[in-house]
Design a protein around this ligand. Structure first.
Ligand code: AMP
Ligand code: MG
Length: 354
């Protein structure tokens, strides 16, 4: 809604200054909208002559995907799959098959660290409804056998879960949506754009002055201070996705519990990391990949995450920025697509992995 108001103001200003009569300069014509969707506030800025139409097409695409992937909307395809255990997919729902296939691939690649069937455990902690609680161990023991990504089956027009299972696409849906925006940008001849879908950034092209987009990585130690950064990524044609223990958590009896669950234990991952950022180029599928990997690598911890990164032989290349509990920032680049500028005043020790 806010976005529409913003647009109206832009139109008003243009009308007042008379600029609306002259053709838009593709380098400076731009539209910025805010979209509240997928449980987060998203900011999309598009450039080019068709920037307003492109921005609203992005919003439409995101809303379409939310209507498929939401776990809280009882009418979504995911909710109906969770309720019935299987689902015939209509023509409009075939994208669910696509994301489930990708999710299955990332489950395999990460050895189960990324697992959408962690849904019942996420709910037991109250992260689905915001009614947070620490579940009893007996409850986790009852739910853990349901966490098994290999039991999900997908066909072009159907999907099915194992008995009692449900799925949560919260760790991949926003990255998938960021990927979908590339299609919109191509369709609307958008030369450059920056989309931040709640920690899932798509830097499309470069900035109007020819320099890279600059995207800050939040300091997990100061989540409420938006100025507190561990560093800045300089990006051109890239996705950058951050998962962090500071993004969603609750406190009980003086202890903090965050929302990234280790599927092996059913508990918030205690991996020694406080955030993981994954960067990759804008190739097909890479938005969802960055999202899934950032969650998975957070649960793995530094040593396994770097091992996973080093062992990459097939598939898209990606780079990492890991922030550790003991005050280090580890940068591992295999794409050559970005520069990382440390915030020297942050107090972190910076390391480069190879
Ligand atoms: P993200 O912010 O992308 O790291 O995703 C975190 C969200 O994904 C959580 O709020 C849960 O809904 C869900 N989730 C938590 N742990 C996992 C996991 N290990 N694999 C897949 N999804 C998860
Ligand atoms: Mg994720």
């Amino acid at each position: 809604m806010k976005g529409r108001i913003f647009c109206l103001w832009t139109a008003l200003l243009l009308a007042l200054t008379g600029c609306a009569m002259t053709p838009a300069d593709p380098d400076t014509a731009r539209e910025s909208i805010q979209v509240i969707a997928m449980d987060t506030a998203m900011l999309i800025t598009t450039y080019g002559e068709r920037s307003p139409a492109a921005a609203y097409a992005c919003e439409d695409a995101i809303r379409e995907l939310e209507a498929l992937f939401s776990r809280t909307d009882p009418d979504s395809a995911v909710s109906r799959l969770n309720a019935a255990g299987s689902l015939e997919l209509s023509e409009e729902e075939t994208e669910l098959a696509g994301i489930l296939r990708q999710a299955g691939q990332y489950y395999e690649e990460t050895g189960g660290a990324f697992d959408i069937t962690v849904a019942p455990v996420v709910s037991a902690w109250g992260f689905t409804t915001d009614s947070f609680q620490v579940p009893a161990q007996s409850e986790l023991d009852r739910l853990l056998p349901l966490v098994d990504g290999s039991a999900v089956t997908v066909e072009d027009r159907a999907a099915a879960l194992g008995p009692g299972q449900s799925i949560d696409l919260g760790a991949i849906a926003k990255g998938y949506a960021a990927g979908r925006l590339c299609t919109v940008f191509n369709e609307y001849d958008v030369p450059r754009a920056l989309a931040d879908l709640g920690g899932n950034v798509l830097a499309w092209g470069d900035r109007p002055d020819g320099t890279p987009w600059r995207v800050g990585i939040q300091d997990p130690a100061h989540p409420d201070d938006k100025e507190a950064l561990v560093g800045v990524l300089e990006l051109v044609d890239a996705f950058a996705v951050t998962s962090g223990s500071y993004q969603r958590y609750f406190e009980q009896d003086g202890k903090r519990y965050h929302h990234i669950i280790d599927p092996a234990t059913g508990k918030p991952a205690d991996s020694g990391l406080t955030s993981v950022t994954v960067v990759a180029g804008t190739g097909a599928g890479n938005g969802a990949m960055c999202d899934a990997y950032s969650t998975a690598l957070f649960t793995m911890g530094e040593a396994k995450a770097l091992e996973f990164w080093r062992s990459r032989q097939n598939g898209a290349l990606f780079s990492l920025v890991l922030v550790t509990e003991d005050g280090r920032v580890v940068v591992a680049d295999q794409t050559g697509r970005f520069a990382f500028v440390p915030s020297e005043e942050s107090g972190y020790v910076y390391e480069t992995a190879s």
